[in-house]
Write a protein that binds this ligand. Sequence first.
Ligand code: FE
Length: 347
Amino acid sequence: MPLCFARASALALIIPALATPAQAADSGEVNVYSYRQPYLIEPLLKEFTDETGIKVNVIFAEKGLIERIQAEGRNSPADVLLTVDIGNLTQAKTAGIAQPIQSEAIDAAVPQAYRAKDDEWIGLTRRARVIYASKDRVKQDTITYEELADPKWRGKICTRSGQHPYNIALIASMIAAHGEEWTEEWLKGVKANLARKPAGNDRLQVKGVYAGECDLALGNTYYMGAMLNDEKEPEQKAWAESVNILFPNSADRGTHINVSGAVLAKHAPHKANAIKLVEFLASDKGQEMYAEVNYEYPVKEGVPASELVQSWSTFKADPISLEEIAGLRKTASELVDKVGFDDGPSS
Ligand code: FE
């Protein structure tokens, strides 16, 4: 996914540097496997080392880390897995590579809705799944997910694949709110309103609005910050400036929220240090850094979002627990296939 650019080929080069469990004992180290990108994670880890003196060894990869920890088994050097999306966090848990993180500091910092009941995964940042609406062509300033199926939006909606984990979690939240049968009809309606076959990432849907192909695009909030500030692709600024962010369902249950988070590896050789690291990531300082670097919303109450993010107005978050969303992901995925969502509007 677009948040992760580190190359898997780097794994082989970096893995041997990690201490094995036998060497580890209580050394002042901690080993991190990260799906999240270096530009975001490295400053956080540096700050942690500066504060605690604990050295952090990290490997970055786009995929395969959960499988790798599974294959390494008891000999895995992994202490902490950092990843995005309730889908990946749940996968880590069901793969049996997680153990509960017992920490009063984390319990106090992270609301129950954003961590597993047994604390086998901990949410660290929040992202809202919103509507990017054309400034020129969409005059309304509120919206609901429900109305995306209204025929008034025929041919106006762009989205990435219905099977992408971000959309699966959103659809799971619709099932939680309205039930499976209702959600199937809703999905058919949204499919009929698509401007084109679902493809590409969230940013390319906003590009679709900019190019006049659609009026509404589904996307996560932090991509607005990313598009406005992308030094490698400055043309994305114009895409971002062509849209307003609408936070759906502000008048009722609230906007769908997903998280990025951390998992404590089941056989973590530096368990105490690993817990200290997750405590740091959930602390005021860690939360502020996430908010500033990546335009995500803190999970910890009282820590402000970045100035840019605050400029998008406040919103109401759907209070449903991510654990409940996780339990409905499979049904959501089956519905996406059943209605042929990814075939696009005309099939
Ligand atoms: Fe993303």
